[in-house]
Design a protein around this ligand. Structure first.
Ligand code: FDA
Length: 496
């Protein structure tokens, strides 16, 4: 309620926020979480909570009147379509040189992501978070995060036998014939459920293409893991459709300004609450935007000059390859990715063998590469336009393209195949206009101390992907979760 006071306020309900809420609550501290997206707990008129990837509707996009599908074209034809403006689940947030895809709703990115739950190779950790004790991470916090998230491995014998992973087996064959290391990747999907989907004994979800706009059954999102546990403590309250606009010091506490939204995105109420401690967990972009604005507008002038810096795209770049007719990838493709091609050390790229669940045979292999892109962008406040901007340039994807080519040029040469040119436009090979993996903007050990305490203010913390300086060498959410577990452990012990 307006005017209320809470000991701990968490902005955002993604990985960092959910870890913070659960561990604080278990330590006996009452927590209130504010989430700008919807609760995603009520079915629509079709009886389902989430829309299918192949049929986006108003539930699919955050306040857009036209879809902005990551693969915008097919066989040369644009596939985006008009939809009603609604507080939908996927935000394609456009900055000058890049569209940043993010989940919106209780559960954050866990609602829309592929569930790939990858712990980086130990020897690469020093380059990811140089100031963090790797022994502690690999002995305690990565295992804790994997357990909390419900991470498991696919049954490889089953994987080898089912039609819905034909596309991934083609990916393996091509990778191995070119001498690349093909690695299975753990996931948070319930594999027993998927086996039943294939057997036809439960409603189909991953096997019916559900993912990008939410998954109605087998995926263990944060709603089913950390947030369910957090709610069960009785100490965590969550307000959906509540967007934080300000956090200001007030008599030894913090005053938080909040806008309540309706499902068209209209502000229907503004509220003020106070908190002793505030955790910024609005995601790399959300947290960076808030902090950049609050520093520049004099609300939190004591934040240091590292705010807004060190932002990267995890080197994301997408591409497709056209296979020969004897290498069909399958009309039915499980939307849950299971594997990748690891050429990080030699070529700077880790490529996820991604599904293309169109419902028809496309003879396409599709990949999302994570690359060692060196570019880092910065958020800044544009007072005339009253908004935060990001100075990323589309041309900065070129190193990512070159690194991805270290894999796919070789495979194409070996297989006698070519790149698809019809998925991202007309005659455009590379999906270089977007990222799924925003990281950084309030980097650990720079904008904050080595545990996420913001410099300049006691009781303000960053606990999400904003802490990570731009790249994790693999898909990021396990690292975000493990780092949050590490930081909240210390914060609870020392600050409460
Ligand atoms: P996260 O973005 O999860 O949560 C932040 C929350 O804060 C959001 O719910 C947001 O609405 C809310 N918020 C923002 N501003 C606010 C404000 N002012 N007030 C209130 N609330 C606010 N990663 C991976 O490891 N494996 C994978 O397979 C994939 N696949 C994938 C696919 C797609 C399509 C996307 C978009 C992303 C992925 N990811 C992924 C990335 C992964 O989902 C991402 O790294 C994490 O969700 C980031 O976690 P955070 O806790 O940092 O923020």
């Amino acid at each position: 309620p307006p005017g209320a006071h809470v000991p701990a306020l968490v902005i955002g309900t993604g990985y960092g926020g959910s870890v913070a809420a659960l561990r604080l609550a278990q330590a006996g501290i009452d927590v209130h979480m504010l989430e700008m997206g919807m609760a995603w707990d009520t079915p629509g008129s079709d009886g389902k909570i989430f829309a299918n990837t192949t049929a986006p509707d108003q539930r699919s996009y955050w306040l857009r009147t036209r879809t902005k599908q990551p693969l915008s074209n097919f066989l040369g034809f644009p596939i985006d379509k008009d939809i009603p403006r609604y507080t939908g689940i996927l935000d394609a947030e456009e900055f000058g040189g890049i569209a940043v895809y993010q989940g919106r709703g209780v559960g954050g990115g866990s609602l829309v992501n592929g569930g790939m739950a990858v712990t980086p190779r130990r020897e690469r950790f020093g380059a990811i978070l140089p100031t963090v004790n790797a022994d502690e991470m690999y002995n305690v916090y990565y295992p804790r995060a994997n357990a909390g998230l419900g991470v498991t491995n696919v049954d490889q014998a089953w994987w080898n036998s089912v039609a819905c992973y034909q596309y991934a087996r083609v990916g393996r064959k091509h990778a191995e014939r070119s001498g690349f290391s093909f690695v299975f990747v753990p996931n948070v999907y319930d594999w027993e459920y998927m086996k039943q989907e294939v057997a036809g004994t439960v409603p189909k979800s991953a096997v019916a293409g559900e993912l990008l706009y939410g998954n109605n059954a087998g995926k263990k999102t944060l709603q089913k893991t950390y947030l369910a546990q957090a709610k069960a403590t009785g100490r965590v309250a969550i307000s959906a459709l509540h967007r934080v606009t300000s956090v200001a010091p007030a008599n030894g506490r913090y005053a938080i300004a909040v806008e309540q939204l309706d499902t068209t995105g209209t502000v229907v109420a503004t509220k003020n609450v106070t908190a002793d401690k505030v955790f910024f967990a609005a995601g790399s972009v959300g947290t960076s935007k808030l902090l950049t604005k609050l520093k520049a507008t004099g609300v939190l002038p004591g934040l240091n000059n590292e705010i807004g810096k060190g932002w990267g795209d995890n080197g994301n770049v997408m591409c497709g390859r056209a296979n020969h007719l004897w290498d069909p990838t399958g009309a039915v493709q499980a939307s849950i990715p299971t594997a990748g091609i690891d050429n990080w050390d030699a070529g700077g790229a880790f490529a996820e063998v991604a599904p293309l669940p169109t419902g028809i045979e496309t003879y396409a292999s599709f990949y999302l590469s994570i690359t060692r892109n060196p570019h880092r962008a910065q958020f800044s406040w544009n007072s005339a336009a009253n908004r935060v901007e990001l100075n990323w340039q589309t041309a900065w994807k070129q190193p990512s393209i070159d690194m991805a080519k270290s894999i796919f040029d070789k495979i194409n040469a070996k297989e006698g195949t070519i790149y698809r040119t019809d998925l991202f436009g007309v005659y455009k090979i590379w999906g270089d206009h977007l990222t799924y993996h925003p990281l950084g903007g309030a980097v650990l050990g720079k904008a904050t101390d080595n545990h996420g305490r913001l410099h300049g203010y006691s009781g303000l913390y960053v606990i999400d992907g904003a802490l990570i300086p731009g790249n994790t060498s693999v898909n990021p959410f396990v690292t975000i979760t493990a780092l949050a577990e590490r930081n909240i452990d210390r914060i609870i012990a020392a600050d409460f």
